[in-house]
Design a protein around this ligand. Structure first.
Ligand code: CO
Length: 422
């Protein structure tokens, strides 16, 4: 039986098949505990002691708490709610004489092979008109609905030597038989509570894996699940934000969208979402631009996105010494080109925080001859120039549809975030 935190993590991930669901789940929990929603399209009234939540596009969220006494700095954490997936295109059905397949395209850098031969379904949002207004409805088809069958080895003799993937050819999921032509959007309409598919005016629908997360290993020390990148960090930072005392600073917890496609959207970390929210909050409190900028300079931000653990079968692909292990603690990421924005200053601040929280901290760097990935910290820090550390939890198989991490690491990030927000 997994510990309670791991159970909660796996439950959160299973309830959040898309970024829309992650933002909605967090908003629901915040509003339930008394946070006031500030719609971006209305003027805001804010005061010291207030607790607020702002969303953008239904897929990005910023939660803020203002202490009762005026504060002179922010404490921030950010993660992302999107994961690599296959996205359903317009006119989704591809029908031949026998079968219906769905027309999909890639979202983010997915490992294609991991989407085949497993139960899949569909989730996302649809837009419809209600009383003259365009409104959004979340959709999650909660049953095994689709499979992308791989090709038999007899028709692809080189499958175990090398394999290339063409999404338009190899990754179209099988949905039904030809007689059910037109059924897919009817199903989506029904799931959205709409009587007719013509009422769907727009959709953002993704395939998601139905394989549930699980805990395994000699002492049940590992967990595998879809979307650990980055829902494990998003969950842990949110839990730390909820548990932290939040008495001294303006505490800010962010969930951004579209990290997997580069963050350059209006709900991504490179947008003005965080900047505009902090500006509107500080102006609402009667603080000047000068005060806002001086507060930023006194602030600290954690950008939390999962990190590569050393793979036991491919140790040579990791840096000789900066190679995190699962269950070794939170990872601090370094990169000379500043794809990770950790520097000596933010590293020191983070290591001090880890020492005080009694949490182990490991360091990650790419091999010097490998490019590696990127994340959201450096993009966010351009708009909101706060000293920022890029951190994460160690995992294997990043961007697989079923990723692997350490059971004990989640609590470390919760503890360090809850101290950040103390
Ligand atoms: Co990530």
């Amino acid at each position: 039986m997994p510990d309670e935190l791991t159970q909660n993590l796996l439950h959160f991930i299973s309830r959040c098949p898309t970024a829309f669901h992650a933002a909605a789940a967090m908003k629901k929990a915040l509003v339930y505990s008394g946070f006031e929603e500030l719609p971006e399209e209305n003027p805001w009234t804010v005061q010291w002691g207030g607790r607020y939540v702002v969303t953008r596009n239904g897929s990005a969220l910023i939660a803020l708490t203002l202490p009762a006494q005026p504060a002179g700095a922010f404490r921030l954490a950010a993660a992302h709610g999107d994961s690599p997936a296959l996205k359903i295109k317009e006119n989704p059905e591809l029908c031949d004489a026998y079968y219906i397949r769905l027309n999909v395209e890639g979202y983010g850098g997915l490992i294609c092979s991991t989407w085949t031969d497993r139960p899949l379904s569909v989730a996302g949002r649809v837009m419809t008109e209600e009383n003259g207004k365009i409104t959004s409805r979340l959709v999650c088809v909660d049953r095994d609905l689709l499979v992308i069958p791989s090709l038999a080895i007899h028709m692809n003799r080189s499958v175990n030597e090398s394999c290339s993937w063409n999404i338009q050819k190899d990754l179209l999921p099988l949905y039904g038989e030809a007689e059910d032509r037109g059924a897919f959007m009817k199903l989506i309409a029904r799931e959205a509570g709409l009587d007719d598919p013509s009422r769907i005016l727009g959709h953002d629908l993704f395939l998601y894996s139905r394989i549930p997360g699980t805990v395994w290993g000699a002492r049940s020390e590992f967990l595998s699940s879809p979307r650990l990148d980055d829902l494990q960090c998003a969950f842990a930072a949110f839990r730390g934000f909820t548990e932290g005392k939040k008495e001294k600073y303006i505490c800010v917890n962010c969930l951004f969208d579209n990290e997997e496609t580069g963050s350059h959207t209006r709900q991504g970390a490179a947008s003005d979402f965080l900047e505009s929210t902090l500006r509107r909050i500080t102006e609402g409190l009667g603080l000047t631009y000068d005060q806002y900028k001086s507060m930023l300079a006194r602030s600290f931000m954690l950008s939390a996105d999962n990190a590569h653990g050393v793979h036991p079968n491919y140790e040579d692909l990791s840096d000789p010494v900066n190679r995190p292990v699962l269950n070794g603690g939170v990872v601090l990421k370094f990169n000379a080109a500043q794809k990770y924005c950790t520097d000596a200053v933010s590293a020191a601040l983070f290591r001090q925080l880890c020492q005080r929280a009694h949490v182990s901290c490991q360091s990650f760097a790419n091999r010097s001859d490998m490019a590696g990935g990127s994340t959201l910290g450096n993009l966010s820090a351009v708009r909101v120039p706060v000293p920022t550390a890029d951190i994460g939890l160690p995992q294997l198989a990043m961007h697989s549809s079923w990723e692997t991490a350490g059971v004990r690491d989640t609590a470390d990030l919760v503890n360090v975030c809850s101290l950040l927000f103390e």
